[in-house]
Write a protein that binds this ligand. Sequence first.
Ligand SMILES: Nc1nc2c(ncn2[C@@H]2O[C@H](COP(=O)(O)OP(=O)(O)OP(=O)(O)O)[C@@H](O)[C@H]2O)c(=O)[nH]1
Ligand SMILES: [Mg+2]
Length: 175
Amino acid sequence: MSFSIKLGLLGDPAAGKTSLGRKYVDDTFTEEYLPTIGLDVYFKEYKFRNYTCNCAFWDMSGYAAFANLRLQYLKGMNGAAVLFDMNRAFTIDGNILPWIVELIEMQIQENIPLAIIGNKNDLEAFKQINETDIIDKLVKQLKSNKIKYFSTSALTGQNVDEAFNWLIEQAILSI
Ligand SMILES: Nc1nc2c(ncn2[C@@H]2O[C@H](COP(=O)(O)OP(=O)(O)OP(=O)(O)O)[C@@H](O)[C@H]2O)c(=O)[nH]1
Ligand SMILES: [Mg+2]
């Protein structure tokens, strides 16, 4: 049996949404920053138990200019990866919660699976965030049992498969 799911990539500009999605789907990484204009969609087939799942990744621009468009894109999402950049504290401090609120407000499905992702962990030396407390608070606040935190690098590939495989499987199980 086969079916499709829709997953979102959300978070501040340059957090690494496109880099992480591309690493997972094509196993590529580019140093150059090419901001996503509005939206980019790409696909990956995922085998789970007896199912073949067609996963559509909706990779959105992080810029405020696209906020209205983004609200349209969020409809019918089965799960989302919400990213921050571990080396720029403001991408988590005030910014991560609005992304999640925006997502939840647009959801038809309650308790949407969320992978919270602290990206660029290869730049450990520049790390500005002690994220554990913030994530704990966030998880409690959202009262969801389908939220998990991952620390990733699109450059080295660390935890990329773990994060997306988890998200896909949670999304499938929630359909
Ligand atoms: N060192 C390092 N650099 C990264 C990593 N992930 C992304 N980058 C770099 O960060 C920059 C921004 O990455 P993007 O993936 O384009 O960011 P984005 O979140 O898609 O940005 P928008 O599309 O503008 O919202 C690029 O120069 C990437 O090469 C990472 O894990 N480690
Ligand atoms: Mg992008």
